[in-house]
Structure formats: C-alpha cells, structure tokens
Design a protein around this ligand. Structure first.
Ligand code: NAP
Length: 346
C-alpha cells in the first residue's frame, strides 16, 4: 500500500531572514511496507515543534553543523527533521505497535519513515494535550529548567533578567524564577507581550525593547542594584547591556542568540575586563545535555501545573502548509509562547 506524503523543505540554503520563497512543499509517494525486522517504523505526524535553531540548519554553513547530530545542515529538497508527536502506522520495531503514540524526532511532513536508532519513544499523554508534550513538557521546558537551575543556580532574592521573555523558553524561565523566589524582569518585542508578562505570568517588571534607545540605561533603570542572573535568548546588544549591568559573581546562561541567527554582522562584544573583575560566569548550553534532570523537571513542572501555579503559553497553527509561515514568524516576533503546528487531528 502507498500514501501520498507532503513535506516542507527548503529550495536553497537560507541566508539572513527566511522568506516565503525559500520554502516549498514537496509531494512524494510513500510505500507503507518495510523490510521485515529492520527496526524501522512509519508514522502519521500529528504535531510538530517550530524552533529557531532550524534556521542555523538551513544555512550553507553554521558552526553548529559540526557539533551534534540534530544540528547538522539541511540539504535543500530533503525532509526536515523536527521534534513532534505521531501515531505509528507500520512497525518493524519490537518496541512499537501499530496505533502507538510516539514522541521524538519526526519531520515537517504528513508522514515520516523513522529508521531504527533515531530518538523516538512511546508517549503516554497522562490526560494532557499532545501540545504540552511537544512544547512545555518537552525540550522548551527542559531548556528553561536546566538553563536556570543547572547553569545559573539561583538563590532566593536573586535579580533575574530574561530576554525573549514571552517566547517558549523565556516565559518558563521567568515563571520558574518567580516560583523560586527571585525578582524577575523580562523584555519582549511588543506592549501586548509586556502586559501579558506582568499581568498573567507575574513578572515583577517587563519592557518593550523595541521602544528603548539605550539598553544599558534601560537595564540600569530596572535593576538599580544590578543583575545576578541573565538568561540570554537573543545575544548581540542585549547581551552586552545585560553583562554591563551584572553584579559580581553574576551568571549568564547563553541559551540562544536569535538576533544573530539572521544577521551575520551582529555579534555580542561584552566588556571582558568587567567579566574578569566581576568574576561573571558566561556559559552556553544545550538542553540535550541535561536529560538526567528530565525526571526532576517533569515532576516539579507537573506539580506546579496541577496546583495552577504555572501558566501554559502556546501558539498553535493548523495544517502542514502553515509551517513556513509559523517558522518565519519566530523571527518577526509573531508568536506568544511555544510555537507548534498541528498537522493532523488525533
Ligand atoms: N540551548 C538550547 O538547548 C536551546 C533550546 C531551545 C531554544 N533555544 C534558543 O532559545 C531562544 C528562544 O527559543 P524559543 O524556542 O523559546 O523561541 P521563542 O522565544 O518562542 O520565539 C522566538 C522569539 O524571539 C524573539 N525575537 C525574534 N527575533 C529577535 C531579535 N532580532 N531580537 C530580539 N528578539 C527576537 C521574538 O519575540 P519578541 O517579540 O520578544 O522579539 C520571538 O517571538 C532561541 O535563541 C533558541 O535558539 C536554545
């Protein structure tokens, strides 16, 4: 038996800000029979994650390509791997049966053929929406949790600054830090987002960075006694301004530098003399290195969720065709919370 499989791909390598014309939807025929015992499975994709890091994979060259398998470059025309939830249609792998829900590396397509050995596991939804498992309880949540608690090691009363604070990772960093007893300020790219951070998520303060002309003074205004922790999602001039306002023994978790991904001329150049004399720790990290804290993250997050202490922010688009627009929207600030695309109904 065969099905028609549509998938999103890039027509060419993407340099700079992604545009509609960089993408195409390909239609191919997928044979639903696989070699007996080969370990592969074929799944129908239900929901996929839309993440900024994919832009680095779409470039002809990025220093990320040589680091880890899931950051490798995308070949134009080929399927694009992404985190998501799917239903098993055919299995030649003893771990999975037809009908199982699975979560892991699938593709921006209607169906995926998943070779043996790829990161995929059975999913027990525990009565929660599938979207929670892809975003909030998936890598976005783990990134926020590990970056804050493992890299920044907060103390109660610490003053925390988070950029892209209404985004998937940022909103959770702010919420975890508040629940832990920190003073939290976030920045975001619109007044609507700023209002949400203060009124719905309980941030102490928030500001619209697009309305500020001198970020160093802005941060001085919000942190007259200095910043202890900066959770960096954007890089460039915001990172420089945050580091110039850090206290002695401050910690900076470099989670992402989205403003640099689409502008090769942008780089953060913090004052390294100040970094030395203030003994500031600046550390990049990848959530995938913190799978050992996943059980702890999951149980704490579920506890907060069950007593209504954590707000879930997600932003879902529908249909495979909406993937390019959903992805481009990340770089325009269209999304509020975790960006996901539902490809098919359950
Ligand atoms: N290290 C890891 O393991 C790991 C894992 C996941 C994500 N990340 C990184 O974490 C960051 C956030 O990812 P996410 O998935 O949570 O995305 P997200 O924050 O949900 O979405 C991206 C947001 O970034 C902001 N943005 C876009 N272009 C910007 C620019 N030029 N300057 C400032 N802000 C800009 C936009 O919000 P505004 O309206 O506020 O501009 C946009 O909504 C990204 O840098 C990503 O690469 C790292």
């Amino acid at each position: 038996m065969e099905v028609t499989n549509k998938y999103v791909t890039i027509k060419r390598h993407v340099e700079g800000t992604p545009k509609e014309s960089d993408f195409e939807i390909k239609t191919v025929t997928l044979c639903l029979s696989i070699d007996s015992g080969c370990g592969d499975i074929i799944v129908k994709n239900l929901m996929v994650s839309i993440d900024p890091y994919q832009i680095n994979r779409m470039k002809s060259y990025s220093s990320s390509h040589e680091t880890i398998s899931y950051a490798k470059g995308i070949v134009p025309g080929e399927e694009i791997e992404a985190y998501g939830v799917a239903r098993v249609l055919v299995s030649e792998n003893p771990e999975f049966e037809k009908g199982d829900l699975v979560i892991g590396v699938i593709t921006w397509g209607e169906y995926s053929k998943i070779p043996s050995g790829r990161m995929i596991r059975k999913l027990e939804p525990m009565g929660l929406p599938l979207s929670y498992h892809v975003g909030f309880l998936g890598f976005s949540g783990l990134t926020a949790y590990a970056g804050l608690f493992e890299i920044c090691k907060p103390k109660k009363g610490d003053k925390v600054f988070v950029s892209a604070a209404s985004g998937s990772v940022g909103n959770l960093v702010g919420q975890y830090a508040k629940l832990f007893g920190c003073y939290v300020v976030g920045c975001a790219g619109s007044n609507k987002k700023v209002k949400l951070l203060k009124e719905k998520l309980g941030f102490d303060e928030a500001f619209n960075y697009k309305e500020e002309t001198d970020l160093k003074s802005t941060l001085k205004r919000y942190f007259p006694d200095g910043i202890d922790i900066y959770f960096d999602n954007v890089g460039a001039e915001m990172q420089e301004a945050a580091i110039s306002n850090m206290n002695t023994h401050g910690r900076v978790a470099v989670c992402g530098v989205i403003s640099e991904y689409t502008d090769s001329g942008k780089r953060a150049a913090p004052d390294m003399t100040s970094v030395i004399y203030k003994r500031i720790k600046i550390q990049g990290f990848l959530a995938g290195d913190y799978m050992h804290v996943y059980p702890d993250f999951l149980s704490k997050t579920n506890d907060y969720l069950s007593v209504g202490k954590l707000q879930v922010l997600e932003d879902i688009s529908y249909g495979l065709e909406s993937i390019p627009c959903a992805f481009m929207g990340l770089f325009r600030g269209d999304n509020i919370g975790k960006k996901l695309v539902q490809i098919a109904e359950e």
